[in-house]
Design a protein around this ligand. Structure first.
Ligand code: ADP
Ligand code: MG
Length: 292
């Protein structure tokens, strides 16, 4: 594109709060055929809230909540914040955990009064040797409703389950529809479990969901799409998204996202609205069309 076309495109972008960090970002965006979207914080609000608490006998709901709050207190994960917030609302007094350990993409482990407890997804419970088979049917129903089930265990004994829901942002569905109308293939990437991911994929009309992706593996998903010949745009907000944003042909960061995501992106969506990702690509197409 000519310098004038670039200048006009950059200026138009600015009007929408779309920051192109370079002329190359504006020029490359029209070549992409696949858009990879992070789920939490990009398609969803990133602020989950507790919806269900299911204690497993002989444990009571109060015991489950007290344990969950103590375990999750040192964690920075949004799901941990949801549990903590809920426990506070229920007036639970929160014990101090010892030897706290976070296992990325899986859960947390800590000692309470000298005993080992764990919290996390089904895979993590299996790793901890906890039998969650009696909860799995209910967990499946919750996941099919788009909620994320979290399991809690005392040693190898299951204490129960807490589900949290992270509402989708108001414009996510319209943005996905617009991207698909532009002929782009839309993929969602998430660390969340398959069933929950599938529920959200269906709700938003996304072509494909890749679930249970470990934080360090998001970049590899983008790379494998590129190796299959695709030109990939990645949209993300989190620390975990930074390597994938760098790897992608065009990285777009949600303005309200983490500093590292913003630093790793080629385009920043200042209003944190996914519809602006659509506009960012349309503007690039317009700039290139005007040149030809
Ligand atoms: P995402 O950001 O997409 O939720 P993560 O990789 O951060 O993905 O987490 C993947 C899964 O690991 C979560 O859906 C949850 O089941 C489990 N998990 C991670 N951290 C915690 C935690 N602090 N407490 C309970 N479960 C957790
Ligand atoms: Mg995110």
């Amino acid at each position: 594109a000519t310098p004038v076309a670039i200048m006009v495109g950059t200026g138009k972008g600015a009007q929408f709060g779309i920051l192109y960090k370079s002329a190359e970002a504006l020029e490359t965006a029209h070549t992409i055929d696949t858009v990879v979207l992070d789920k939490t914080g990009t398609l969803t609000q990133g602020r989950p809230a507790v919806t269900d608490v299911l204690a497993q006998a002989p444990f009571t709901e109060a015991e489950l909540l007290q344990t969950a709050a103590a375990l999750e207190k040192p964690s920075e994960h949004p799901l941990a914040q949801a549990v903590l917030q809920y426990a506070k609302e229920q007036g639970v007094s929160i014990q101090e955990a010892e030897e706290f350990e976070a296992v990325p993409g899986r859960g947390v482990r800590a000692k309470l009064s000298g005993e080992v407890f764990s919290a996390g997804n089904a895979a993590f419970m299996h790793e901890c040797g906890a039998d969650i088979s009696t909860l799995e049917q209910q967990a499946q129903a919750l996941a099919e409703a788009g909620k994320t089930p979290l399991y809690f265990a005392k040693g190898s004994r299951s204490l129960g389950m807490i589900a949290a829901a992270d509402p989708v942002k108001p414009t996510s569905k319209a943005a996905v529809r617009a991207l698909r109308h532009m002929g782009l293939s839309v993929v969602m990437l998430t660390g969340d479990n398959r069933r929950t991911a599938e529920a959200i994929r269906t709700e938003l009309g996304i072509d494909r969901a890749v679930a249970e992706v470990l934080p360090q593996d998001k970049e590899r998903e983008v790379r494998s799409l590129q190796e299959a010949g695709h030109k990939v745009a990645m949209v993300g907000d989190g620390i975990n998204d930074a390597p994938a944003l760098t790897r992608s042909d065009v990285g777009l960061a949600i303005g309200a996202g983490t500093d590292i995501a913003i630093a790793s992106a080629d385009i920043v969506l200042m209003k944190s609205d996914l519809l602006d990702a659509v506009t960012a690509i349309e503007l690039s197409r317009a700039v290139i069309r005007n040149v030809k």
